[in-house]
Write a protein that binds this ligand. Structure first.
Ligand code: FES
Length: 122
């Protein structure tokens, strides 16, 4: 399954953070690489569930966050693109409204090892 939700797994990946490093009902972003190889990933947490997506809006491929680690709308119900205001479902990255309605954020596979979260692969 690669829907952005965390999987329980005993191996793999690059360390991102501990679950407690993500605010409840909030998000956390990460950047890797440089120049043209640079890419971003962000996590959204609700309780013990974490979703992970590439930090790239399907409309113009810009980062979604409007401030560091701020990926959600005011109510914390949807992921918000800061550039043109598209709203995405947290659970599957589906775009509900905005210029890319019907598109999806790209899910990123993560693994939990205890309280630590890792990228499954890069
Ligand atoms: S770049 Fe995200 S809605 Fe336009």
């Amino acid at each position: 399954m690669n829907d952005g939700a965390a999987a329980e797994c005993g191996s793999g990946g690059r360390f991102l953070c501990r679950l407690a490093d993500i605010a409840e009902g909030g998000g956390k972003g990460f950047w890797f690489g440089e120049d043209t190889a640079r890419f971003g990933v962000f996590l959204i947490r609700k309780g013990d569930t974490v979703w992970a997506y590439a930090n790239s809006c399907p409309h113009r491929f810009t980062p979604l966050d409007w401030l560091p680690d701020r990926f959600l709308d005011r109510g914390g119900r949807h992921i918000l693109c800061a550039t043109h205001g598209a709203l995405f479902r947290i659970a599957d990255g589906f775009c509900l409204s905005g210029p890319c309605a019907g598109a999806h954020l790209r899910p990123v596979e993560i693994v939990h090892r205890g309280a630590e979260i890792f990228l499954a692969e890069i």
